[in-house]
Design a protein around this ligand. Structure first.
Ligand SMILES: [Zn+2]
Ligand SMILES: [Zn+2]
Length: 352
């Protein structure tokens, strides 16, 4: 029997450990995917901690309902290795990206195509074993998406960082484009956001990050302007440069500081879409909602339909790949450590 190697969470707040077990045999509609690549996402850090910071020492516990050892990782690209009797369309050898945001399939959210919002979900690497491994079991072939001619290094991260950025940016496309979009935070999601914004919008985006290297990387990748939100003059400078502020901001950080900045540079009628989960506690004068006619909206990754739209855009060559560093599966913990320390530009992708 084929063995499956994994880098698993064996205790919260502790380093990942290698676990080895027999490969599962897919039954019914299930498909076994041999993993080629899995991206390392900032949310993996929170899952390893077992909580999200809510500010002022408050924590959102996310350790419940997950049997340990557990395998993180949700930005998976691989090759179909075998399938259950009912998965007749899952051709062995096909290269696929794995849509990880898999719901129960029965609740109102799932029936509306919003499996990402399912409260009884089986999201891979979150509630079901994920991609820091040599193999992953996927419940149905409909979650397997062709990605040729893209690379596996690019296709895997499209399923979380790409999809999160795409879903956030799409929430700015419903109104006429007046001025550029501002992208706050240039981690993996922010860099994907920059590449995708170039495909969706006429004007090149403005970007903001406290890290000078990340700002320079973004300018090299086509950002119109880059600012340092920790500079006390930055807010005024952005408002001046955009003749009164921005209508469209994506906050890929999700901290008190980033939201102060994102809402502070809005023009009247503007909107901030928040995807980041960094933590903290944000407050704003309630009257500003009316006075500025502003919107703050949150998103949680994207739907299967949006994943298909995004792959279509990428496969048509409209989205430039982001900087990527490959590491071996055994270096999963080192990759998480580097991400936590802010030492990663672009995406780290593990090679199984
Ligand atoms: Zn993620
Ligand atoms: Zn559901």
């Amino acid at each position: 029997m084929t063995k499956m190697r994994r880098q698993s969470l064996v205790a919260y707040g502790q380093p990942l450990c290698e676990t080895i077990l027999d490969c599962p045999s897919p039954k019914g509609s299930e498909v076994l995917v041999r993993i080629e690549r899995c991206g390392v996402c900032h949310s993996d850090l929170h899952l390893q901690d077992g909580y999200f910071s809510l500010g002022a020492d408050k924590k959102l516990d996310v350790s419940a309902g997950r049997a340990l050892p557990f395998t993180l990782g949700h930005e998976i690209a691989g090759i179909i290795e075998s399938s259950g009797d009912d998965a007749t369309g899952a051709v062995v050898g096909r290269r696929v990206a794995v849509y990880p945001w898999i719901g129960c399939g029965q609740c109102a959210a799932c029936l509306a195509g919003e499996e990402t919002l399912c409260s009884n979900h089986r999201h891979l690497g979150i509630a079901a074993d994920g991609g820091f491994a040599t193999h992953v079991l996927v419940p149905h072939q409909r979650y397997l998406l062709d990605y040729a001619p893209l690379s596996a290094d690019f296709a895997g991260p499209l399923m979380c960082s790409g999809l999160t950025a795409y879903a956030a940016l799409k929430r700015h496309t419903k109104r006429p484009e007046r001025g550029p979009v501002l992208l706050v935070g240039l981690g993996g999601v922010g860099m994907m956001g920059l590449a995708i914004a170039r495909a969706l919008f006429r004007e090149a985006p403005i970007v903001a990050d406290i890290d000078a290297d990340k700002r320079q990387t973004a300018l090299n990748a086509g950002a119109a302007q880059a600012c340092d939100p920790s500079d006390p003059q930055a807010r005024k400078a952005v408002i001046a440069a955009t003749s009164g502020g921005l209508l469209a901001v994506c906050d890929f950080v999700g901290s008190d500081k980033s939201l102060q900045f994102s809402t502070g540079v809005l023009a009247r009628g503007g909107k901030v879409v928040v995807t980041g989960l960094l933590g903290g506690n944000f407050s704003i004068a309630a009257a500003m909602f009316g006075i500025k006619a502003m919107t703050i909206e949150g998103t949680l990754t994207g739907t299967l339909a949006e994943a298909r739209e995004l792959l279509d855009l990428a496969r048509a060559g409209k989205i430039a790949p982001i900087p990527t560093r490959n590491r071996s599966l055994g270096e999963a913990q080192a990759a998480l450590d580097d991400l936590r320390a802010g030492r990663v530009v672009g995406r780290t992708v593990l090679c199984a």
